[in-house]
Ligand binder design. Structure first.
Ligand code: NAP
Ligand code: MG
Length: 478
């Protein structure tokens, strides 16, 4: 039985109740975790609150050293961690390795920035006064994480937040607490002091709710749905808590008549079907210029047919199961709605058949064309392996349609015309744009959505600012 991690120790929930965690590929029990309540969350928040001053007083260089040590330990244990991640989440083992490595990379990135945090010096009116601009940590931060990337999305919050001097209470998603807890245990082995980082497993409605409401919590780093993100922001509003919200997306990809078709086809396939389509940044709407649409669709269809759907632990698995039955049903409903409105399924559109699929939540990679753009598959976020393909006449039409959406997370354009590429990059209403590339992210670049895709940035040196307050000090020298 797995435990939570509070005050540097593995603990059960106060009530002793547990939640069972099942493998989405076959329904097997993976492990149980404590079912934390508001009381467990409150206790962890108190611990993080008490640990804050000493952690703030710890030199930046020391904080960096601990995170570097942690990234080494995590890489040393990546096989065990990746295997556990595949079992609880469903993703192919190869992708689980990438996620663990990405977490380690994020730790390194912020550990490297630790000694580079700067405030400022400002000469004022006359020689008798100058100003200082100070950066200081916020205090206790809550990190609330979804199930699609349970480890890397946690890293996006912990790494800048810990380096800045904050302490944390993490609330993993209800169905993916296991790998995150192991990772946190390793961070303690790397030297994190007790109480600086705590993880409480349990439902969003109790543990999550306590974290967003508790007065000792000064900031919430949240990744998840726009629906819950709105609740987080509402709760935060009461005490003007800081929030970073990384929410839903429906990224458009535009392929112009002069784009590199083969590369764009590969990017569309990876960008849509990675993590079984359950990614915030993913190619979710495809806009093809008429001139190349037939060729593109033919090539993408051939590619999608070759994607091998299997248990994530199986040799050669390219697409694992979806994470849950409700997730699969939602995508099926979105596809059915598109078909009812006239869409044609080019490939997929059903569950795979055979004994190996019977107990899991598998779904075939799906491409649809002849789309009525009022369909849910265009208007909503599709969090699964289904891609609607639309045809457009020119760039103005493509951009207008791409931007006509409540979300603005990522976007991409494929063209050899540099002017057109840069024009589109400026006009896309999204926080990330790729030119002749897609859905690849870097710790060095700030990441975060426009519109209802979120608020604030993770990654980049910008993320540090979201975990610090800036204050001005006026010094009279005479
Ligand atoms: P979700 O349902 O919003 O849940 C996210 C987290 O919030 C979970 O840990 C959940 O706990 C918790 N939660 C639920 N109710 C809460 C409450 N009342 N108070 C506090 N916390 C609460 O999201 P999801 O279904 O796990 O993830 C999918 C969504 O995340 C998609 O919309 C996707 O686009 C988005 N996402 C965004 C990004 C990004 O960076 N922009 C990245 C990845 C995913 P329980 O699991 O216990 O309910
Ligand atoms: Mg959800």
């Amino acid at each position: 039985m797995a435990q939570m991690f509070v005050n540097g120790e593995s603990v059960d929930s106060i009530s002793g109740e547990v939640t069972e965690i099942y493998n989405p590929a076959n329904g097997d029990l993976v492990d149980t975790v404590p079912k934390g309540t508001k009381d467990d969350a409150r206790q962890a928040i108190d611990v993080a609150y008490d640990a804050f001053q000493a952690w703030w007083d710890t030199p930046f260089s020391k904080r960096g050293e601990i995170l570097f040590n942690a990234s080494h330990l995590i890489r040393e244990n990546e096989k065990e961690l990746a295997t556990l991640l595949t079992k609880e989440q469903g993703k192919p083992l190869r992708e689980a390795f990438l996620e663990i490595q990405r977490f380690a990379h994020t730790l390194d990135h912020y550990a490297g920035l630790a000694k580079n945090i700067r405030g400022g010096y400002v000469p004022l009116l006359d020689a008798s006064r100058h100003g200082l601009i100070l950066k200081r940590p916020l205090g206790v931060c809550g990190a609330i994480i979804p199930w699609n990337f349970p480890v890397s999305l946690m890293g996006n919050k912990l790494a800048p937040g810990l380096i800045a001097g904050n302490t944390f209470v993490v609330k993993p998603a209800g169905t993916t607490p296991l790998t995150a807890t192991k990772v946190i245990e390793l961070m303690f082995k790397a030297g994190l002091p007790k109480g600086v980082l705590n993880i409480v497993t349990g439902p969003g409605s109790t543990v999550g709710q306590e974290i967003i409401e508790n007065s000792k919590v000064r900031k919430i780093g949240f990744t998840g749905s726009t629906e819950i993100g709105r609740k987080v922001m509402e709760a935060a509003a009461r005490e003007i808590k800081r929030v970073t919200l990384e929410l839903g997306g429906s990224d458009p990809m535009i392929v112009c008549e002069d784009g590199d078709i083969d590369k764009a086809v590969s990017a569309a396939s990876v960008g849509r079907f990675f993590n079984c389509g359950q990614a915030c940044l993913a190619v979710k709407r495809l806009y093809l210029f008429e001139q190349i649409a037939d060729e593109f669709i033919e090539k993408l269809t051939v590619k999608a047919k070759k994607l091998r759907v299997k248990d994530g632990m199986a040799e050669g698995a390219m697409i694992g199961p979806m994470h849950s039955t409700s997730q699969r049903e939602e995508v099926e409903m979105q596809i059915q709605d598109a078909v009812d409105k006239g869409a044609r399924i080019l490939v997929g559109g059903k569950r795979p058949e055979g004994a190996e699929y019977e107990k899991g939540y598998f779904y075939m990679p799906t491409l649809l064309t002849d789309i009525d753009e009022s369909s849910k598959i265009v208007q909503e976020e599709v969090f699964g392996p289904a891609l609607p393909i639309m045809r457009v006449g020119d760039l103005d039409e493509a951009l207008a349609k791409a931007n006509n959406h409540i979300y603005g997370l990522g976007s991409s354009i494929w063209t050899r015309d540099i002017n057109r590429a840069h024009f589109a990059a400026e006009r896309f209403e999204s926080g990330y744009t790729w030119i002749n590339s897609a859905q690849i992210i870097f710790d060095q670049l700030p990441f975060g959505g426009f519109k209802q895709s979120g608020l604030g940035k993770e990654h980049g040196s910008e993320a540090l600012d979201y975990y610090m307050e800036t204050k001005s000090v006026v010094v009279a020298t005479s």
